[in-house]
Every structure is written in C-alpha cells, then in structure tokens.
Design a protein around this ligand. Structure first.
Ligand code: GLN
Length: 488
C-alpha cells in the first residue's frame, strides 16, 4: 500500500478499495519499522493519526468527502500544531506545546488529511543537511547503509516521504530547503510564489524569504498538496489574494504543436557541477526540444551574487526574529542571577552553534557601521536579481536549471560553514525574487542516486511551473517507490 502515490491512494480510497484506517496503519507500521533508522520524525502522533483516519472513513461513508481525505502526511516541525509539541528542532523549544494551530496545518485538517507526526529539520530551518537539528540528523532512504544526508532543512520531510513513512509532507523554503532535499531524495518539492501559502503559525526564520510548500513523490501529488495548502490568510500581512487550485492530472503544456519558450541561465553554465548532473540536464533539455519547446539562453547578471546577498539578508532577519526566545514568554528558561543573566544563560543553552553564528552575523550586518555597506548592498542585489528575472521572463515562459551540483553526500562529510552555504547556489536566487520553483527528478547519477532539475516561473505562474515539471518527470521516469529504494 505504501507504494501508491497520493493520487492513486485517493482513487482507491474513493472507490472504497482501501480505507483510511488501513492506509494509516500501513504507514504507522513503516514508522515502527524504520522510524528510528531514518530519524525522520521528532514526534510521532499515532493516536491522532488513527483518530483522523477513522473520522475520514466516517466522512466518506456519509458522502462528505474532503479533497485529501485520508491522506497520511508528515508536518515539518516548524508549523505550530495545537496540543502537539512543536520544536523547530531546537533545544529552545524542546518542550513547547502550542495553544494554536498554524494556518497551513489547519488547512491540512480542513482538507481531511491524517497527521502522522512532526518531521525533523535543521534547527530553526538553518542548514542544508539537517545536521543542525538538536534531535540528530535524518537519514536518506536511498542506499541507506551509506548514511547519506536527506538534505535540509526539510530533511525529515524528504526522508519520511522517500522512505514510505508518509505519503506527502510539508516543507519550508527560505533559500532552498524544500528543493535541495527533494532533489537528492528523488522527490518533487515545490517552493511556491512567496505569499501563496500563509506563514502564520510557522516558526519564523527570515520572514521576507520563508515560503511553505509541498513535498511529494510525483508532480500531480505535489500539485494536489499545494492546492490544499495555498490560499489567502488575513493573519499573514504578506499573504496573497491569489489562490492556487487544481485537480490532478495536470494538463500538458507541450506536445500537439503547443509552443513554449524555456530559458536556461547563461551564468549558471560556468558553475562547476558533476558530470552526471551535466549530462542529465542536457538529456532533459533535448527531451523538451523534441516535445516542441524552444530553448533560449537568458541572462541573470547578478545571480552568482545571490548567495552573498542571501547570507546577509537571511541572518539579519533571523537575528531579529529569534530575539523573542528570551526565556520569559515560552520555551526554555535557565534561571540566572538577574533578568539579563537569565537571558544569557537561556540563549547560550537553548541555541545550537549554527543558529548562534547566524544571529551574530545578522546583528553585525544590521549595526549602524555595517548597515549601508552590507545590508543595503544586499538589498540592492536582491532588487537587481528580481528585475533580471522579470526581463528574462519577457524572453521566455519558464526557466530550467539544476537543483544542486551533485547527489546526496555522506552525513559524515565535514564541511565548513562556507562550504555548506555554497551548496545553496542554485536555489537562493528564487527566494530573493519571490518566484515559484519546483525541483523534479532529472534521473539517476551513475552511482544510482537521484538528481533534480528546477523549473522556475514568474510570480504566480505556479501552475505552469508544475505543468512543465510534469513533462520532465515523465521524460526522466525514475522509480522512487519506497520499496524499490529501501526494500520492504
Ligand atoms: N540552506 C539554506 C540556509 O541554511 C536554506 C535554508 C532554508 O531554506 N530554510 O539558510
């Protein structure tokens, strides 16, 4: 049962071939069997899952079926869930039980999903391998014995979906945290247009970049999940009025003489990527050409400066957002001699090294001596990148580029902070510009590990991004069924 895609499972549920309780039990068994090895959940919620599933079966029996009724999902542990521990993978929030429900997780309840648990991640979503988690790193289900990273920061979500411990999951993408982990676990992961999914109740990292989005096994599944997550929210002032609704299967945008101009980014052709990534990217381009797409080279002149701009803006916003963890209102408190000593002791003990590093960088770039030279320059680069994407989209409809330079690396790799930051080269620019980007499997590298390609669109062109991703998915045709990648 765990090999069914979300779309297939929904069909079987609707035809009464399986029940939500049966499907949920199949997933709970997988969690029982592999949960500890993969370390993909910080908290599992089996009782809640079975209650959700029973309620779903009852709705179906009564004829009040909801869009994702009975679909077992994992929620990144950054979304506040009422009555269920929400940690952001930090010691600071190790025992935090919210009294409110995030808008996104509420939308999943409203869509009829079954909550399996809260997925592991990098602490406060800061990282690339999910190794900054206070609860230890999740593991990639591909070639499990090698203990590879499932990526980050949404690495618990991708580990769970790839390993068959959830049918779909939520992620958040501030600089690549949905797309990179999805790419290296053979999944589809979508960073929607900024503002399409509400940030309300989602633990903040860098508010002008944070983008909730879906992770699933196929593009159709991803579109279905996005449809449930998206929508205007009065509680988030940056929430867009544009919604996103769809039903699978998505309509083709190529073939039958349809015209589509697909851009490739000139500046990325000089970036060193693995031979496998290079050849798969070329293969997928020639597939698109043979389907009738016109391939056009476009230029985003400042795109290689996106990393530098991102690593100024994101820490600046983080240092401000994380000031709220002071040991007074909620979360960890370590009593000191006086209030200042309590602040210091609490923050010293509650945050891990990477989070502290970001707050130090962020505080520095926001200081009066540095503001003009660092923060304002970064903001300017951000504007130029967004403008360049706008002009590129006058020449082409959609853009494609690699999701990463290479496949999953070992969790044991010892990278410096700058080496980790450099891995975000292909993803951060889209966050700076606020535009939609979806990573879709491009094929398998020679060592058998999956690689991904991104489809990028103009603001609110999320539907066409997914439609083109689906053509790439079909052309690549990788087998990402959980039982074929990690056995029964
Ligand atoms: N790897 C990037 C970082 O560490 C992106 C993280 C994210 O998108 N949440 O900031």
């Amino acid at each position: 049962m765990i090999n069914l895609t979300l779309t297939e499972a929904l069909k079987k549920l609707n035809n009464r071939e399986i029940s939500a309780v049966e499907l949920t039990r199949a997933y709970l068994d997988r969690i029982e069997k592999y949960g500890a090895d993969l370390n993909c959940y910080i908290t599992t919620t089996p009782e809640r899952a079975l209650a959700d599933a029973a309620a779903s079966d009852a709705r179906r029996a009564a004829g009040d079926t909801l869009p994702l009724d009975g679909v077992p999902i994992a929620m990144k542990d950054l979304f506040a869930t009422r009555g269920i521990r929400t940690t952001a993978a930090s010691r600071m929030l190790e025992n935090f039980i919210p009294e409110y429900e995030s808008t996104v997780s509420q939308k999943f309840i409203d869509a009829g999903t079954v909550l399996l648990g809260k997925a592991n991640l990098d602490e406060f979503a800061m990282g690339t391998f999910s190794k900054t988690s206070f609860f230890g790193a999740p593991v990639n289900p591909w070639q499990l014995e090698k203990r590879l990273t499932a990526g980050g920061s949404s690495g618990g979500s991708t580990s769970a979906v790839a390993g068959g411990l959830a049918l779909a999951a939520t992620g958040t993408d501030t600089g690549g945290s949905i797309r990179f982990p999805s790419a290296i676990t053979g999944l589809v992961g979508m960073k929607p247009t900024y503002g399409l999914c509400s940030r309300w109740g989602c633990v903040a990292f860098a508010s002008s970049l944070d983008t909730p989005g879906p992770i699933a096994r196929t593009v159709d599944d991803t579109a279905m999940v996005l449809s449930a997550m998206a929508g205007h929210d009065e509680k988030d002032s940056t929430s867009s009025k544009n919604g996103f609704t769809c039903t699978a299967p998505l309509e083709p945008i190529l073939g039958n003489g349809k015209k589509l101009r697909v851009g490739i980014i000139k500046e990325f052709s000089d970036v060193k990527i693995s031979d496998d990534m290079k050849s798969l990217f070329e293969k997928r381009i020639s597939d698109l050409k043979s389907m009738g797409a016109e391939i056009i080279e476009v230029s985003i002149p400042n795109i290689l400066d996106a990393l530098a701009a991102y690593y100024i803006i994101a820490p600046a916003e983080a240092s401000s957002n994380l000031a709220r963890y002071d040991g007074m209102r909620y979360g960890l408190r370590i009593e000191g001699r006086d209030i200042y000593d309590t602040f210091k002791k609490t923050r010293a003990a509650g945050f891990g090294d990477e989070v502290k590093r970001r707050m130090i960088i962020g505080t520095a770039v926001l200081s009066s001596e540095s503001y003009d030279v660092y923060f304002m320059q970064a903001a300017r680069v951000r504007r130029m990148i967004a403008d360049s994407f706008n002009s590129a989209f006058e020449q082409c409809d959609l853009i494609i580029c690699p999701s990463s330079a290479g496949p999953a690396m070992s969790l044991a790799s010892d990278l410096s902070p700058l080496e980790y930051y450099a891995l975000d080269l292909f993803t951060v620019a889209m966050n700076l510009a606020g535009i939609p980007a979806c990573s879709v499997p491009a094929g398998l590298a020679t060592n058998g590990l999956p690689l991904g390609i991104q489809v990028v669109g103009r603001r609110f062109d999320d539907m066409r991004v997914l439609q083109l991703a689906k053509h790439i998915e079909t052309a690549a045709g990788i087998d990402n069924r959980p039982t074929t990648i990690m056995g029964k």
